[in-house]
Every structure is written in C-alpha cells, then in structure tokens.
Write a protein that binds this ligand. Sequence first.
Ligand code: AR6
Length: 186
Amino acid sequence: MKSLGEYLGGRLIVDTGDITEFSGGGIVNAANSGLLGGGGVDGAIHRAAGPSLLAECKALRAGPLPGGLPAGKAVATGAGRLGVAHVIHTVGPVWKGGGQGEPELLASCYRESLVLAAGLGLDSIAFPAISTGVYGYPKHLADQVVFDTISRYVLVNDAPSYIHLVFFSEPDARLFMATSGILGVS
Ligand code: AR6
C-alpha cells in the first residue's frame, strides 16, 4: 500500500494498493447482503483473513441477521489473520441509474461504518471504494458522495482519528483526489 496524500487536517488519507495489507484498527468490507463472501474485495478479504471470518459471518446469519444485512447498514466481526482488530462489513447499493436512493445508501455505508468503528474504539479504519466494482456505481459519482460524507463526519466526530480510502489502482485514487478538488492540496 502506498499513501498519496493526507487531507482534512490529516484525518483523511488517500492510499492505493491492496486493502488486505492494511494494519491498524479495522478495514471495511464491501460485502453483499448474504455476508457469506463473494468476489472482488470481499473475496480478497475472506481469503486473507482465513476461515474464522466466514465462521463469524455464518454465526451472524444464524443469530442476529437471519435475513442478511440490508444495503446501507454495517456490522462488525473479528478479523482472523488480518493485521487489524475488526472487519466492518457493509453492503453498498447496486447502481440502478442514481434515482433509487443510491447516493443516500452509499453515504449511509460510510457513516454507519465510521460510527461502528468509533464505538469499537478503533483509532484508524480503511475503506475500499464501496459499490464501484461489481455493483457498478460510477466512480466519479461515488467519489463525490464519499468526500462529502467523510468531510461532514470529521467536522463533528473525533473518532476514528484516521480514515483511509484505499483505491485498488492509482488512477482510481487520483480520480478521487481530482473529483473532490483536493488534488495537489495538502
Ligand atoms: N483492495 C482494495 N480494493 C479492492 C481490492 C483490494 N484487494 N479488490 C478489489 N478492490 P467490488 P462492490 C476494489 O466489486 O462494487 C462482491 O462479490 C475494486 O477495484 O469488490 O461493492 C461482494 O460479495 C473496486 O473499485 O465491490 C458483492 O457481491 C472496489 O474494490 C459485490 O462484489 C469495489 O469493488 C459488491 O460489489
């Protein structure tokens, strides 16, 4: 993982690389409602964490979440072999053109994950670019929602101290910085 810049008084850090290499308080998983793994970053996180993560997700389905996790919500587990204390699983919206509440649901994913992280006492948390893969959310539109949501959150919340956005590719990270108007600003 490589850091490309720090913003919002150092609390927002833009990184590029594989989120499973993050070490710190927690990472967020772009899961699906079933919570039992999948492709993309979800598959990578489950592979890196090992079988205990799937076992914890199955326990959630057998216990408090029999119908799975709705879009926009978040739930925490341990993190198996990952170098973090917790994985926070959230379900992004599937892009259907933008008029089906997608921006609100995406904002909710980030907010709910941050609130959970703060409640768990995590000092740092790393997000992947939720919904921008298989779920088809246009990257530049997601970037606007993410920057807006995190900017508002840090204004009124002290924890977590450090919020990392981990983009799988450097062009995706630079698109985020350009879209949110922070390219070249530090
Ligand atoms: N580290 C950081 N980012 C990654 C990694 C990684 N190791 N791997 C992929 N990405 P996606 P979604 C980026 O499709 O759109 C799964 O099957 C990727 O480049 O993983 O929310 C779930 O089970 C993209 O920008 O998540 C769900 O069924 C971003 O992560 C569904 O996909 C998100 O892509 C969720 O779709």
